[in-house]
Design a protein around this ligand. Structure first.
Ligand SMILES: [Zn+2]
Length: 79
């Protein structure tokens, strides 16, 4: 069974930042995981935010690409 990435597992990789992407306008921002509970799932972080550009709550969160050991999924939009 695959456990979802959590703030704790994220920190264990030496990562402290997460990117939040808007699925509507592709606006993105980087946030810190400081202050979040250890067992907070990374994919759920975006649920706490709203796009500051278009107001959408259709967001996704992923480890920051600016950090050296992030698990970056290079997934392209099909549209
Ligand atoms: Zn947006």
């Amino acid at each position: 069974m695959v456990q979802p990435a959590t703030v704790a597992s994220h920190r264990a990789l030496g990562l402290s930042r997460v990117e939040i992407w808007c699925n509507v306008c592709i606006h993105n921002a980087e946030i810190s995981t400081d202050g979040l509970p250890d067992d907070f799932p990374i994919p759920d972080i975006c649920l706490r935010y709203r796009c500051s550009k278009c107001g959408s709550k259709n967001l996704m969160s992923r480890p920051s690409v600016h950090e050296p050991r992030g698990h970056v999924t290079r997934k392209r939009d099909v549209s």
